[in-house]
Design a protein around this ligand. Structure first.
Ligand code: NAD
Length: 337
């Protein structure tokens, strides 16, 4: 029997990362929707690498008594029960920054696409309606106000891009004040949540999904939003109340809605927003670029292999010292040299 560690993959990943994992470990890949296969694969797994579709709840943790590390291929750990993993002395890590540029470019594409009605004009052209070109008026994003909710890695880079590339005025709302230098680069001014909604022509969401952000863009928030605003959500579906967004579109409050994420993924066929003329929607594909996929795969592979080799990860989600303390208390072998 091989004494190489076993890595359970709940996702396919770019060859660059897969090759790294295969060099140092035995790999099993299963479909995360097949719970029986996940249970069988988790039984002797030392590590799990997962993506948005691969939920890691207490049940999965209970199936995996040997588990030492969970690697999140991507950013956002709302589908992983991190406190339960910590309580079992399991290291969780992710790939912050690996897809920042990809999400920024996706948001800009949505802002411009909605401003120029791409979601309407492309199907009209395909249907032979060339005259559609004069049927609608678009607008420039230049000089307008962008409101960024969640001024972290993605929010900051979006602010800089829109300020430098399009001369936009940038406002941000965050629970944390950005370092002066970062705010200066984007020319960004910190304002309260309501003020941002009152002033911004474009609102883009970049908060993680947690109890403080779930339903943040609800009916009350939408009642406060500037008329004609474009709202873009590439963060997580449940950050907005989708029915309230549909009603705000019906009421003509919003110019349009851009969505890469949905309350339930995959969204049902009768989803109230998909297919509307004022909605530009993509299937959680913002990070699906050659560069993003390569970055996520190599970052998660290196960090998971580091933990398996007794080295602290570069991008921990839970604190390695806390994880080690819990392992010592519960009589588990230490993770780190
Ligand atoms: P980040 O941690 O660098 O930034 C998040 C920011 O949100 C932080 O500055 C934080 O202080 C702020 N924040 C947290 N709670 C808040 C609250 N209640 N109110 C206001 N601000 C709050 O994360 P990031 O790398 O910029 O990514 C942001 C999110 O984007 C991720 O958590 C993930 O859910 C999502 N994401 C989506 C895709 C995609 O494919 N669509 C890809 C990458 C990331």
């Amino acid at each position: 029997m091989s004494n190489r560690p076993i890595v359970l993959l709940l996702t396919n990943m770019d060859d660059s990362g897969l090759r790294l994992v295969r060099e140092a470990a035995d790999v099993r890949m299963v479909d995360p929707k097949d719970r029986a296969a996940v249970e069988a694969g988790a039984k002797d797994a030392d590590a799990i690498i997962t993506r948005t579709a691969g939920k890691i709840d207490v049940e999965v943790l209970d199936w995996a008594p040997k588990l030492r590390v969970i690697g999140r291929h991507g950013v956002g750990v709302d589908h992983i029960d991190v406190p339960a993993a910590t309580a079992r002395g399991i290291q969780v890590l992710s790939t912050p920054g690996a897809n920042t540029q990809d999400v920024v470019e996706h948001v800009v594409a949505m802002m411009i696409g909605l401003s120029k009605h791409f979601q309407i004009l492309i199907p009209e052209l395909k249907a032979g309606n060339y005259a559609a070109r004069t049927s609608m008026r678009g607008r420039e994003i230049q000089g307008r106000t962008l409101g960024i909710i969640g001024f972290g890695r993605i929010g900051k880079r979006l602010g800089e891009t829109c300020r430098l590339g399009f001369g936009m005025r940038v406002l941000y709302h965050d629970v944390v004040e950005a370092p002066e230098e970062a705010a200066l680069r984007a020319g960004a001014v910190r304002v309260g949540f309501e003020e941002l909604l009152h002033q911004a022509d474009y609102v883009s969401l970049h908060v993680p999904l947690d109890e403080s952000t779930r339903g943040m863009i609800d009916r009350v928030a939408l009642a406060n939003i500037k008329k004609g605003c474009v709202l873009v959500n590439t963060s997580r579906g449940p950050v907005v109340d989708e029915e309230a967004v549909a009603d705000a579109l019906d009421a003509g409050l919003l110019w349009g809605y851009g969505a890469d994420v949905f309350e339930v993924e995959p969204p049902p066929p009768d989803h109230p927003l998909i297919g509307r003329r004022d909605v530009l929607a993509t299937p959680h594909s913002a990070a699906q670029t050659e560069e993003g996929l390569r970055n996520m795969a190599t970052m998660v592979a290196r960090d998971v292999l580091d933990v398996l080799a007794g080295r602290q990860p570069a991008n921990p989600v839970n604190d390695p010292i806390e994880v080690e303390r819990i392992r010592a208390e519960s009589g588990k072998a230490p993770l780190y040299h």
